[in-house]
Ligand binder design. Structure first.
Ligand code: GUN
Ligand code: ZN
Length: 433
């Protein structure tokens, strides 16, 4: 028996990258759109009446004119273990790590606590419309297992890796070059490519990984080139000065990764705010992706990411909360912060570009654009339906809006989990917390 679902209502459509085509050509809203879902996959998209006539047996779910059917949000850089310490006051990066983050990550040495936090984290992000995240875990292999299991329980697509650290961290949070290699390899063998899981080899950053560890993880990546590799790059000036002291022979921060094979198409560098021209050139040449974490960059006081300059070089950029350095689980709030940082740099992003970054752009950075991030036939049916009139304040602004972009922008700037009308994961409607 055919088990089709037909969603009808205003539907977001992407026809390319807005940085290359201009948002007017790349992003559209089909006001009487429809999405036909079959076996967890988007089978057809098109006009609501046409698809309803062609598929009369489909279960129909109709969304009104003040809704927007979007791809599920993709958060390209998070630390799920930091869920319980989000919004911790008053520190910059290194003190914030030592005083808040590392003590909490030690608590995840308890596998039961790790499982509890993994499930809580996915509940919170799903309620905010996020269907896939790329997460750092802790150094404990069971922390990665916990997230993979929690995601599988909800049938969610997930990217994650055991975080590797063998210096400048508490003893309870360090591994070694060899154990980082062995544990990461075992996790790859067990999880990578199984179901909806992708593994990301995860050296936290140069200050906490020795050259031996970076080399071991570079070797592991060479053996598993279809894995992603995620790390941090040039987030704060104090951090960069520390890297210069630790690696005096390196040309710049990126070179500390490059020297050990930790650069390439499937590399993801979080933050990347204070880049040298050589670093931008190498990132461009290699096709590596950067991940912009705007609420984190303002919250920890890191600086203003150069979205316009880097996108003009055709560097793939994903958008991310960076929970719990970021101050919100919501990709709406994250889009708003990206807009504000664009304003501070004199290059504001349009609502269409913000939504593209939070979906297709992040999926592209994770090399998952053939699976998620877009509403198109053949892609997995991960969808987030926005209510563009979710609060009195937003509804009165939407009532005045001239077009969908104006009302979408009000939801981006002022919306929260109340704006998430529905989340569909692999074609099934998710229960939201
Ligand atoms: N750099 C190294 N580790 C982290 C982390 O957990 N959060 C942020 N924001 N930056 C980092
Ligand atoms: Zn991070």
């Amino acid at each position: 028996m055919i088990n089709d679902t037909l969603l009808t209502g205003p539907t977001l459509r992407f026809d390319g990258d807005p940085a290359q085509r201009g948002w007017q050509d790349a992003v559209r809203v089909d006001t009487s759109g429809a999405v036909l879902i079959r076996d967890g996959v988007i089978a057809r998209t098109g006009d609501a009446d046409t698809l309803a006539q062609a598929h009369p047996q489909a279960r129909r779910v109709s969304y009104g004119a003040d809704h927007l059917i979007c791809p599920g949000f993709v958060d390209a850089h998070v630390h799920y273990p930091q869920t319980a310490i989000i919004a911790s006051w008053g520190k910059r990066l290194i003190d914030w790590l030592n005083d808040y983050t590392f003590p909490e990550e030690i608590r995840l040495s308890d596998p039961e606590y790790a499982a509890q936090i993994a499930a809580r984290y996915l509940d919170l992000t799903r309620a905010n419309g996020t269907t896939t995240v790329a997460s750092y875990c802790t150094i404990h292999p069971h922390s990665a297992e916990a997230l993979f299991r929690a995601a599988a329980a909800q049938n969610q697509r997930i990217v994650a890796g055991k975080t590797c650290m063998d210096r400048n961290a508490p003893g309870a949070l360090t591994d070694t070059a060899q154990s980082a290699y062995d544990d990461s390899k075992a996790l790859i063998d067990r999880w990578h490519g199984k179901g909806r899981v992708s593994y990301a080899i995860t050296p936290r950053f140069t200050p906490t990984s020795s050259e031996d560890q970076l080399a071991a993880l570079g070797a592991l990546w060479a053996e598993h080139p279809d894995c992603l590799m995620q790390t941090h790059l040039s987030e704060q000036t104090d951090e960069i000065a520390w890297v210069r002291d630790l690696c005096p022979q390196a040309r710049d921060y990126l070179d500390t990764y490059e020297a050990h094979g930790l650069i390439g198409e499937r590399a993801l560098y979080g933050h990347a705010i204070h880049l040298e021209p050589r670093e931008v050139d190498r990132i461009t040449e290699t096709g590596a992706a950067l991940v912009h974490c705007p609420t984190s960059n303002t919250f920890i006081g890191s600086g203003l990411f150069d979205m316009a300059g880097l996108r003009a070089r055709h560097i793939p950029v994903g958008l991310a909360t960076d929970t719990g350095g970021g101050s919100s689980f919501s990709m709406l709030r994250t889009m708003a912060a990206a807009y504000e940082i664009g304003q501070l740099r004199g290059t504001p992003l349009h609502a269409a570009e913000l939504l593209w970054l939070a979906t297709a752009g992040s999926a592209r950075s994770l090399h998952l654009h053939d699976k998620i991030g877009c509403i198109a036939p053949g892609l997995e049916a991960d969808l987030t339906v926005l209510n563009l009139a979710s609060t009195p304040a937003i509804a009165q602004r939407t009532a005045r809006a001239q077009d969908h972009w104006e009302s979408l922008f009000a939801t981006i700037m002022m919306g929260d989990d109340r704006a998430i009308a529905d989340v569909w994961i692999a074609g099934a409607r998710a229960a939201l917390a």
